[in-house]
Design a protein around this ligand. Structure first.
Ligand code: 4AD
Ligand code: MG
Length: 442
């Protein structure tokens, strides 16, 4: 007998009317009298198999009938177009080989019934096999690829900053310490300071890597380990990177809509909201944002009265972003609530030349960026004010001594972007294995 060609389920349509072999897992099994309907998945998609008792051997019928969920299998059968089937095709199973059977007395822990989130997170290594989780991870991968494409196509050079660093970038309260051969070191909070150096070498650069924050917060938006994409551009000012940011986000959303419609449908995302995303994004100053929040409080829509000088909290961000159907850019926050490296506004030294981009639908900040402090003296003073160790920043100060130029950049957290684009209510589902305040397993 000639061996059937091996196919992936995603491409099974090319084999309509032919006998093929697929390799995967039993996702589900339905039985209806003399008929068996096993659903197989192989990572690329799912397909329903059909076995009619009188058409197959008793051995094969019994083997499939007793197959346990998530047993790994190699299945051969004839592919047939079937409009009512999920992927448009069905397979008349003629042979099935079990690679590894899930034991009957220790069944696969995640069943089609509902499970609590804690249980699912504890079984994340298995949960990723579900159609919904797999779709989210595919969309995440598409967003990551789109981010690389966007910058690569515009003449940016990818430069990787170190992950082990001697000092803080985004405040000393969220550092993860590491023992570096007896010396203190930390996991990086952001690649920014290092790509400021490579931007002076290469002009337009970006980094894309894991970043760490020892955030003691248990919110829907915070991870302790997350992936950030950060562009940094020599001779760019705040307005330039605001423009870059809106073009970047729009590019990513359009790419996902173009290539991941099926996955967006699987997770039941309302795509009409994403289809509205286009440039330009509304821009409001922090001062204007404060006014909106105070008006909201006066109208009884917000519990607390927001005072000028504070950082926006989640309810504030949600309130403002709900007023727009595109991401909104809030610029020029008070210097006090922002990082040490930001350039003050020459027209008002109380505020920094910075921007936060808030996603629509209450997803909060997805981008944080700024123009960087240009003056050596002012930067040194800031380092002292923030009680940062001057020694560890000597190299960073050098960048203001040896041909300093205005430069700006931003960082986008991939997980926040995925949560918004997928419409998920928590970032823990946006990354294969989330690290949060109380979770480092599996
Ligand atoms: O606003 P942040 O702290 O900015 C920086 O780190 C700058 N150095 C970036 C730069 O200018 N190159 O963080 C940037 C983005 C946030 O907007 C958010 O999307 C994400 O990183 N982020 C987090 N995502 C998940 N969990 C956390 N704990 C995050 N903290 C920040
Ligand atoms: Mg921020």
């Amino acid at each position: 007998m000639q061996e059937a060609p091996v196919a992936t389920i995603r491409e099974i349509g090319k084999f309509d009317g032919q006998t093929v072999t697929i390799r995967g897992w039993l996702y589900n099994l339905r039985e209806s009298g003399k008929l068996l309907f096993p659903i197989f998945r192989d990572g690329s998609g799912i397909i329903q198999g059909v076995l009619f008792k009188k058409n197959v051997s008793p051995e094969l019928f019994d083997l499939v009938k007793n197959l346990t969920q998530e047993s790994s299998v190699i299945v051969t059968g004839n592919v047939r177009a079937e409009q009512r089937a999920p992927g448009g095709y069905e397979m008349d199973v003629s042979n099935l080989e079990v690679v590894q059977a899930v034991p009957v007395d220790e069944p696969y822990p995640i069943t089609p019934k509902e499970h609590g989130i804690e249980f699912l997170m504890e079984h994340r290594h298995l949960w990723v096999r579900s159609q919904r989780q797999a779709a989210i991870l595919r969309i995440r991968a598409e967003i990551v690829r789109a981010a690389h494409d966007f910058f690569d196509n515009q003449g940016f050079t990818l430069t990787e900053p170190p992950i082990l660093t001697p000092a803080a970038c985004e405040g000393t309260s969220t550092l993860f310490p590491v023992d570096y051969f007896g010396d203190p070191a930390f996991l990086t909070q952001s690649g920014q300071l290092y790509i400021e150096a490579t931007a002076m070498a290469l002009g337009k650069v970006y980094s894309f890597g894991p970043t760490f924050r020892a955030e003691k917060s248990k919110t829907r938006r915070h991870l302790t380990e997350f992936w950030m994409v950060e562009p940094e551009v020599a001779f760019a000012e705040l307005d330039d990177i605001m423009k870059l940011g809106e073009e970047f986000i729009t590019f990513i959303v359009k790419r996902v809509l173009e290539r991941r419609r099926a996955e967006l449908a699987t997770i039941e995302r309302d795509v009409t909201k994403l289809e509205k995303i286009d440039t330009p994004f509304p821009r409001i100053s922090y001062d204007e944002a404060v006014q909106m929040l105070q008006d909201g409080h006066a109208k009884g829509e917000l519990e607390n009265r927001f005072e000028w000088g504070g950082d926006l909290g989640s309810p504030d961000e949600t309130y403002i972003s709900a007023k727009f159907d595109r991401p909104v850019m809030i610029h020029r926050y008070p210097v006090e609530v922002k990082a040490f490296y930001m350039e003050p506004d020459p027209n008002n030294s109380k505020v920094a030349l910075c921007v936060d981009v808030l996603a629509p639908e209450g997803y909060g900040e997805i981008i944080g960026g700024s123009q960087r402090m240009g003056s050596y003296e002012k930067l040194l003073a800031r380092i002292h004010e923030h009680n940062l160790p001057e020694d560890s920043f000597k190299w960073y100060l050098d960048l203001r001594k040896f041909g300093g130029v205005p430069h700006s950049g931003f960082g986008m957290g991939i997980e926040r972007a995925v949560a918004w684009i997928c419409g998920l209510d928590h970032v823990r589902e946006t990354i294969p294995f989330a690290r949060t305040l109380h979770r480092i397993y599996p």
